[in-house]
Design a protein around this ligand. Structure first.
Ligand code: ADQ
Length: 760
């Protein structure tokens, strides 16, 4: 295991060790350098002495006699012309002085020198040297032998000044200490920089370590997504600096300020509240399992207005007024649902047929072929007209704000635009948009694109989907693409194409209504007949082939194969709301999931324990939150998903900052929740390894990751999603109004010119 040091200690320790190391190094270097240079200099001096004596040798030998003291003295003075030779003497072999220069120090007598040479056992052929101190400083003595025909006749003693060596020593020391000072300064700077970045470095190291010492890069988000996220955070936080956090209240104020409190009309296929007949003959209110509803319902509570939707509940007609209206939420009645009634054939062709057998598989890469039938298309068009009519009936003026939702209603923007040219229409596409080649499969691609381009603003979850859409328009329609503005201009009208990543309400009213995590853990384990320390995983989905439920169960199976110790200890609870069961693919999926569950339970089950609990039912939101809170791990394994709100709901539910999110890289959410363990759900080895890592993850790491994700979802909540679209819509409205005001007089003048009237 690698040790992880606290973030502040590491740089300080590093600095102390570095500076001490440098000081020691400098000291040793100073000693070695001084010693070496001194030896070099002394050798140099000795060599110079020998050269000087050898050069003068013939003359010296000629006068080597006590009687020649004067010429010998002159010769010695010649030798001392070298600036570094201070004095010289000539000594015969018996230690008698023959001659000296005037400066020759008296203390260096020839007798003493001859004694030293003999006691040092120097041969007559070698130069004897020594260093001495005299009042003027250090000197170097060289006694160089002088011979005649191979016989030594005495020594020429040269006294060298060593002051220059001391000066060079001092220079070397100064240089070394300066180098030490410079290095120590550099070390301090490095340490300061290290200290400043230490928290980031440490947390990165911690993350790497906790992800298995960096051996699991496969669970990390794609770098490009992280970069995009950072860019978005920076851009949006700059834009939002004055406004503070987005809340329901701020959204209301935004509406009042930017849109003068004008009414908002939402139109979608799914309604936020269904009234259903109970077997006992009563009526119950159901919150549908729908990401679209999860996101938009809090917006409508905040904005009031009208929500136009298909009335699909068995008791919907009974609970609505004569115009198909009902006020919701029950008990609060803050906005109205305008129900659109559809016959069975209409629903079949428009909803099950074109929308869910055609467009849904067209837009999702999940290996299911889209089916396009002419009669479904006809119904789709007719039903879209019905919805557009209902919107036009529901609005007050001629320039309402209409939020059109999703792929069921692609033609509605154009249909509304034809009736209400001044309307501000925002269309949000909740699912991915395919590349243009795949979109080209659709026989009615031009009509769909044209229908959508009736909108003023077209929103997708990601920039990638925006690009795909613009590419499709470029390929199949005559339009002008304004890439600078990210807009498509058709018939003189621009549609902005922008990413608005959807989210959930924060704080969620459901999390407040459910007991805390400890209680949920205990009660869910009790209900499932599990011991208190059992490990629990959870999956929450509509039973849809895009959600990767099969792959999820197979990953659990692989986990149990790889980790036998988890058998009997780990239970995966799959909440699966039946969905679109009128479609064969969905019925097949139901059966496959059931068969797979049985097979895995038969393989790894034990008396009193099954590894997979399949709860095939719709659960009310509070019940879903209970499971989120009870789980050790939540696995979202979508094969392709526009955003995926389950991932964000799990994060919102974990006020205790515990639990691990394992998240498919093919969700829009993976681009934002980068602290989740990001996996490719098709890769069972990787996904099962991620589950194993999640179940082993330390509480500290869980907290760190959960905290980061909670901060992101809290800030990027659904009020911000709606607020940003509405602010953009408000800008467009004021621009359009200004254009109207400027062009009206021009049109009036042109009209008068045409009819021949003049004005004064
Ligand atoms: P959906 O495909 O419906 O949404 P998702 O975003 O995950 O997918 O939302 C599902 C919603 O249904 C969640 O609120 C969840 O709690 C709820 N739910 C799921 N299973 C349930 C069950 N068994 N019982 C009760 N409730 C259940 C579409 C797109 C997504 C996009 C949303 C919003 O497919 O990509 O995130 O719209 O734009």
């Amino acid at each position: 295991m690698r040790a992880i040091h606290p973030p502040v200690m590491r740089p300080i320790r590093f600095m102390v060790v570095l500076v001490l190391g440098l000081a020691l190094l400098t000291f040793v270097a100073a000693l070695v350098v001084q010693q070496t240079t001194r030896t070099w200099f002394e050798n140099d001096v000795k060599l110079r002495a020998e050269l000087a004596v050898h050069g003068a040798r013939p003359a010296l030998v000629r006068h080597w006699d006590p009687g020649h003291a004067q010429p010998l003295g002159r010769l010695l003075e010649e030798i001392t012309r070298d600036e570094r030779i201070l004095a010289a003497a000539a000594c015969n072999a018996d230690g008698v002085v023959l001659a000296t220069t005037p400066e020759y120090p008296g203390e260096f007598s020839c007798a003493e020198i001859v004694d030293h040479v003999e006691s040092a056992e120097a041969t007559s052929a070698t130069t004897w040297t020594t260093v001495r101190s005299i009042p003027s400083g250090e000197v170097h003595l060289s006694a160089v032998p002088v011979y005649v025909e191979g016989q030594p006749i005495g020594f020429a003693v040269l006294v060298h000044d060593l002051g220059f060596v001391a000066r060079r020593d001092a220079k070397t020391r100064t240089f070394l200490f300066a180098a030490f000072g410079f290095l120590a300064l550099a070390a301090s700077l490095v340490t300061i920089v290290a200290a400043r970045t230490s928290w980031r470095g440490w947390s990165a190291e911690l993350r790497r370590f906790l992800r298995g010492g960096g051996h699991r890069p496969e669970f990390q988000p794609i770098l490009r997504d992280v970069r995009e996220l950072v860019d978005r955070l920076v851009a949006e936080s700059e834009a939002d600096r004055e406004g503070g956090a987005w809340t329901a209240e701020r959204l209301k104020q935004t509406l009042r300020r930017h849109l003068h409190g004008e009414q908002v009309v939402v139109v979608s296929n799914r309604e936020p509240y269904l009234h259903e007949r109970t077997p006992e003959g009563g009526i119950t209110v159901v919150h549908p399992a729908s990401g679209l509803v999860t996101a938009l319902e809090p917006i409508m509570r905040a904005c009031s207005g009208v929500w136009v939707a298909h009335g699909s509940g068995s008791a919907d007609r009974q609970t609505a007024d004569a115009h198909g209206r009902v006020r919701v939420p029950p008990g609060e009645e803050s906005y109205a649902i305008q129900r659109v009634w559809l016959g069975a054939e209409e629903e079949q062709g428009y909803y099950f047929g074109l929308s869910n057998e055609g467009l849904w598989p067209l837009c999702h890469i999940a290996d299911v072929r889209p089916v396009f039938r002419g009669e479904d298309w006809a119904r789709y068009r007719a039903v879209n007209e019905r919805f557009a009519d209902a919107v036009c009936d529901a609005v007050d003026g001629d320039d309402p704000i209409v939020l059109v939702q999703d792929y069921h209603l692609a033609l509605v923007p154009r249909l509304i635009r034809e009736r209400l040219p001044r309307a501000t229409i925002i269309m949000f596409w909740h699912i991915p948009w395919p590349n243009s080649e795949r979109f080209g499969i659709c026989p009615w691609r031009e009509e769909l694109l044209d229908g959508m381009l009736g909108a003023s603003i077209l929103g997708f979850h990601t920039r990638f989907h925006c690009h795909n859409f613009v590419d499709s328009v470029d390929r199949f329609l005559e339009t002008r693409i304004d890439r600078e503005q990210s807009a498509v201009v058709r018939q003189g009208r621009a549609t902005l194409v922008r990413p608005y990543p959807i989210s959930i309400e924060w704080p969620s009213r459901w999390t407040a209504a459910v007991p805390d995590a400890d209680e949920c853990r205990a009660s869910v384990r009790h209900e499932l007949g599990l011991p208190a320390d059992a490990l629990v995983g959870v999956g929450v989905d509509r039973l849809d082939y895009t959600k990767g439920v099969e792959e999820r169960l197979r990953a659990v199976e692989r986990l149990l194969e790889r980790q036998p110790e988890l058998r009997g200890r780990f239970t995966f609870v799959q909440l699966a709301a039946p969905s679109r069961t009128a479609i064969e693919k969905y019925r097949e999926l139901n059966e496959t999931v059931e068969r797979l569950t049985d097979r895995i339970n038969a393989r790894f089950g034990r008396p009193g324990h099954v590894p997979i609990v399949l709860l095939r039912a719709h659960h009310e939101p509070a019940s879903v939150v209970r499971y989120y809170r009870a789980a050790d791990v939540c696995y979202v394994s979508s094969l392709h998903d526009g955003m995926n709100l389950v991932a964000k709901e799990f994060v919102a539910a974990r006020e205790d900052e515990r639990g691990v999110l394992v998240l498919s890289q093919f969700t829009g959410a993976a681009r934002e929740l980068t602290e989740a363990l990001i996996v490719n759900p098709y890769d069972l080895e990787q996904a099962s390894a991620a589950l194993a890592v999640a179940l082993r993850m330390s509480v500290d790491e869980q907290r760190d990751r959960m905290r980061a994700m909670r901060a992101l979802v809290a800030e990027f909540n659904v009020y911000r999603w709606a607020g940003r679209m509405l602010v953009d819509a408000a800008r467009l409205r004021s621009r359009d109004r200004l254009t109207d005001r400027l062009t009206e007089p021009v049109i009036a003048i042109a009209e008068r010119a045409r009819t021949g009237t003049t004005s004064r």
